[in-house]
Write a protein that binds this ligand. Structure first.
Ligand SMILES: Cc1cc2nc3c(=O)[nH]c(=O)nc-3n(C[C@H](O)[C@H](O)[C@H](O)COP(=O)(O)OP(=O)(O)OC[C@H]3O[C@@H](n4cnc5c(N)ncnc54)[C@H](O)[C@@H]3O)c2cc1C
Length: 457
C-alpha cells in the first residue's frame, strides 16, 4: 500500500453494546475487531524508524513488529512477539490507558487519530484463544531455586511468569479468595471479563506455579517464616488497597463507603444496595468504575462530584465517554465538606464550590474553595474514591524502609528493598498506577531476583 493510501484510512471504531443494553448487566462492552477490520487498521501503521509507541508502552512491546506481522497474516508470530515483553497481553490490550501510553505517542495522532494499538493487540490475543492455541511457552527445567510471591496482582503474577521461565519454583500467596489483585476486585467485569484473568492463571499453574489463596502474609504467616521454609527470595506486590478517607465530619455514618472497598465487596459477590441516589467523589478510574457499577446494581441517580473540571480528570476519555453515555451525571468544581444524617445514617452531603487557581506539583490547576458557596445534595450513599494507600501488614515485624507516604523504598534499578532478600514492585512502590507499569516492575524484579539467587546481586 502506498503511504498516501495508508494515510487516507480512518481509525476503525470497535462495535459496542448500546448504553441501554449494557447498564443492565456486566457483559463486556467493547467488541473485538473482525479479521478484515484488524488488517485494515494495521495498514494504518507507518512503521516508524523511531517508534514513539514503543517508548510510550510501559512494557516497551515491539508494537511496529507485531502490527507488521498481523498485516502479513502471521498472527501467531505476532502473538509471540508481544509475549516476549508482556506477561498479560489479553489484560493489557483491554484495560491499558492507551491514549496516555502507546497510542498517545503514535505519530498518526499528531494529525488525526492514532493507530488503535490496543484493539490490534486484543485481536491477536483473542484470535489465539478462539483458535485454541497455546498461550504460554513451556517453562524452564527446575533449577532448585525457590521464590515466594506475596500478592497475585499484575506485579506478582509477572514475577511468577518470568521466574517460572527461568526454572525457579514459585509460590504465590494472596489474602483474597480470588486471583489477580485489582484486576479481579477493582476493574469491573464489563471492562475485563473474568475468564481472561482465569486463563492467565491457568497457564501459570500449568507451568508449575503454586497458588495459595486466603493467606494473609504478616498475619497467617510472616515473611521470616517464608525465608526459614527455604524460599531464597521474596517478592512483595501487595498493591495499594487501603482507601484514603475524605477526612470530613460524618464519614463514619451508615451509607458512607470507600471506592475500592465497595468494588472489592461487589466483586466478591456481596449484595450491596446503595439506594437510589448515589454520590461518588473523585475523578479517576476508581470513581468511574464505582459509578458505573452502582448503576448496574440498580441505583437510579448516580453522579460524580469532582473538584476540578473534565479537562483535569485523570481517567481516560473513553471511560468518561462511556460513563456519560450510561447516564451518570458529572458535577464539576465541587467537593464535599461534611456528611449529615439522622439516626446514624447519611441523608445529605454538604458541598462547596471550587475555582481553579495556580498549577500544583502535578501540573494541574489547584482547586480553591469559594468561600460561602456551600450547598446541599440529598443522597442515600456516598462513595469516596480519592486514592489508596499501601496496607503494610505483609511486612509486619520486618525493618524495611518505606517512604513517608507508605510505599516501599527500593533500588530503582533492581527493585531490591532495604532487606536484601525482599524485592517489591507495582502499586506498593509506585502508588496507585497502572497494570502495565506494575507488570513492568514485575519483570525487572524477577530479573534481579534471579541475579540475587545466583549470587550476582
Ligand atoms: C477500580 C480500579 C480500576 C482500575 N482501572 C485500571 C485501568 O483501566 N487500567 C490500568 O492500567 N490500571 C487500572 N487500575 C490500576 C491497576 O489495577 C493497578 O495499578 C494494578 O492492579 C497494580 O498491580 P499490583 O500487582 O501492584 O497490585 P494489586 O493488583 O493491587 O494486587 C495486590 C495483591 O496483593 C494482595 N495482598 C495485599 N496484602 C497482602 C498480604 N498481606 N498477604 C497476601 N496478599 C496480600 C491483594 O489481595 C492483591 O491481590 C485500576 C485500579 C482500580 C482499583
Amino acid at each position: 500500500m502506498k503511504p498516501k493510501e495508508r494515510m487516507a484510512i480512518q481509525r476503525h471504531k470497535p462495535k459496542e453494546l448500546s448504553p441501554e443494553e449494557r447498564i443492565r448487566n456486566f457483559d463486556e462492552i467493547v467488541f473485538g475487531y473482525d479479521p478484515e477490520t484488524a488488517r485494515m487498521e494495521a495498514e494504518r501503521c507507518l512503521q516508524c524508524k523511531k517508534p514513539g509507541c514503543r517508548k510510550g508502552c510501559p512494557l516497551h512491546n515491539d508494537i511496529p513488529a507485531f502490527i507488521k506481522l498481523l498485516r502479513e497474516g502471521e498472527i501467531e508470530k505476532a502473538y509471540w512477539t508481544i509475549r516476549k515483553t508482556s506477561s498479560m497481553p489479553a489484560v493489557c490490550s483491554r484495560v491499558c490507558p492507551h491514549e496516555f501510553q502507546c497510542e498517545g505517542h503514535c505519530i498518526r495522532g499528531k494529525k488525526g487519530e492514532p493507530v488503535a494499538i490496543g484493539m490490534l493487540e486484543r485481536f491477536i490475543v483473542d484470535w489465539m484463544v478462539e483458535n485454541n492455541k497455546t498461550l504460554m511457552e513451556p517453562c524452564a527445567l527446575p533449577t532448585g531455586r525457590k521464590a515466594a510471591i506475596v500478592g497475585s496482582g499484575p506485579a506478582g503474577m509477572t514475577v511468577a511468569y518470568n521466574l517460572a521461565h527461568k526454572g525457579v519454583k514459585c509460590t504465590i500467596y494472596d489474602s483474597l479468595p480470588v486471583l489477580g489483585g485489582m484486576l479481579s476486585v477493582g476493574i469491573p467485569a464489563f471492562r475485563l471479563p473474568r475468564d481472561i484473568i482465569k486463563a492467565e492463571f491457568d497457564a501459570l499453574k500449568a507451568c508449575g506455579v503454586e497458588i495459595k489463596s486466603n493467606i494473609t502474609i504478616g498475619r497467617d504467616k510472616t515473611l521470616e517464616e517464608l525465608k526459614s521454609e527455604g524460599f531464597d527470595a521474596v517478592f512483595v506486590g501487595i498493591g495499594a488497597h487501603k482507601s484514603r478517607k475524605l477526612g470530613i465530619p460524618g464519614e463514619d455514618l451508615k451509607g458512607v463507603m470507600h471506592g475500592v472497598d465497595y468494588l472489592r465487596e461487589v466483586n466478591l459477590g456481596a449484595d450491596l444496595d446503595l439506594g437510589a441516589r448515589v454520590v461518588v467523589v473523585g475523578g479517576g478510574n476508581v470513581a468511574i468504575d464505582v459509578a458505573r457499577t452502582a448503576l448496574r446494581l440498580g441505583s437510579k441517580d448516580v453522579f460524580i462530584l469532582y473538584r476540578r473540571t473534565k479537562k483535569e480528570m485523570p481517567a481516560s476519555q473513553a471511560e468518561i465517554h462511556h460513563l456519560e453515555e450510561e447516564g451518570v451525571r458529572l458535577e464539576f468544581l465541587a467537593a464535599p465538606v461534611a456528611i449529615h444524617g439522622s439516626k446514624g445514617r447519611l441523608d445529605r452531603i454538604e458541598c462547596i464550590r471550587m475555582e481553579l487557581g495556580e498549577p500544583d506539583e502535578s501540573g494541574r490547576r489547584r482547586p480553591v474553595p469559594i468561600e460561602g458557596s456551600n450547598f446541599m445534595i440529598q443522597a442515600d450513599s456516598i462513595i469516596a474514591a480519592i486514592s489508596q494507600n499501601v496496607d503494610p501488614t505483609a511486612v509486619k515485624g520486618i525493618e524495611i524502609k518505606r517512604a513517608p507516604w507508605g510505599t516501599f523504598e527500593v533500588n530503582p534499578e533492581t527493585l531490591q528493598t532495604s532487606v536484601p532478600w525482599i524485592f517489591a514492585g507495582g502499586d506498593d512502590v509506585l502508588g496507585p498506577q497502572t497494570v502495565a507499569k506494575a507488570a513492568y516492575q514485575g519483570r525487572i524484579a524477577a530479573r534481579s531476583m534471579v541475579d540475587f539467587m545466583e549470587g550476582r546481586l
